[in-house]
Design a protein around this ligand. Structure first.
Ligand code: GLP
Length: 260
């Protein structure tokens, strides 16, 4: 538990950097990092970029796999997760802070080799084949070393909405109304603009990572945190599956602990 979202984010960024540094990569076995999008990881990315600029970390031996992507919006749409990871966006207001566009880049500001970047293609002609290939690629790299993630207010992990099988793998998922509502803030609060479907890694895909690190900040996620760590493992709060993982780490701010 950290005092603020900033502190939680810095803690996670520093943790990830330490893990990458402690890892001995080889051409056959780079450090494989799972990455999230959303408002919560923005400050984590900002610190990763800052420390990279300070010469404290290189991502040259890192391979990344993003968690999810919307279906049916072009890759260059400003709200696609592809755009989120690469490009600048206009300023957004997250819980009172004005975060400038600089904070939202990652791949454009660090030295991850482009061939090491993996993002699901929500416009692939065959979405099921796309998901299947994604899983194969993760396997080819020997699995994910560290999966970094956030959650939705309903406890969803990636886009594993309430009711997702805890054995699920990368697949097409219809978004829950709560998620469409929550994410509409990125689409001018216009629900009709929010995609209805997404590609997402499965719960099992995340659980197979050797380590899972989750950021949860804000009072609006306090109920999810309580359900996921104080109640039983169940498929309605998919983060609760983390109770089954040997190396989970959940980093939260004070506000997120309100229901504990
Ligand atoms: C989306 C993403 C999730 C993310 C969630 C929370 O639904 N698919 O991976 O954890 O948003 O986002 P935020 O951090 O903006 O609350």
């Amino acid at each position: 538990i950290r005092d603020s979202a900033e502190d939680a984010s810095s803690y996670i960024a520093d943790y990830v950097i330490d893990r990458i540094k402690a890892f001995e990569p080889s051409p056959e076995k780079p450090f494989v990092l799972g990455l999230p999008t959303g408002g919560s990881p923005v400050l984590i990315y900002r610190r990763l970029v800052e420390r990279h600029r300070a010469g404290e970390i290189s991502f040259r031996n890192v391979v990344t796999f993003n968690m999810d992507e919307y279906v049916g919006i072009p890759q260059e749409h400003p709200e696609s997760y592809h755009s989120f990871m690469y490009k600048a966006r206009g300023p957004i207001c997250a819980r009172g802070w004005l975060l400038n566009a600089l904070a939202q880049h990652f791949f454009s500001h660090v030295d991850v080799p482009p061939r090491n970047i993996n993002l699901l293609n929500g416009n692939a002609p065959d979405l099921e084949a796309e998901c299947h290939e994604y899983e194969n690629k993760i396997r080819k790299y020997g699995g994910i070393e560290l999966f970094l993630g956030g959650i939705g207010p309903d406890g969803h992990l990636a886009f594993n909405e309430p009711g997702s099988s805890l054995k699920s793998r990368t697949r097409v998922k219809t978004l829950a109304y709560d998620t469409i509502l929550a994410n509409s803030r990125f689409f001018g609060n216009d629900l009709s603009q929010v995609p209805r479907m997404a590609l997402t890694v499965g719960v099992q895909t995340v659980l197979e990572a050797r380590e899972v690190v989750i950021i949860i900040t804000g009072a609006h996620k306090a109920l999810a945190l309580q359900k996921c760590i104080e109640e039983g493992v169940n498929h309605m709060w998919t983060l609760s599956s983390l109770q089954l993982h040997p190396h989970p780490l959940i980093v939260v701010d004070e506000d997120a602990t309100l229901e504990l």
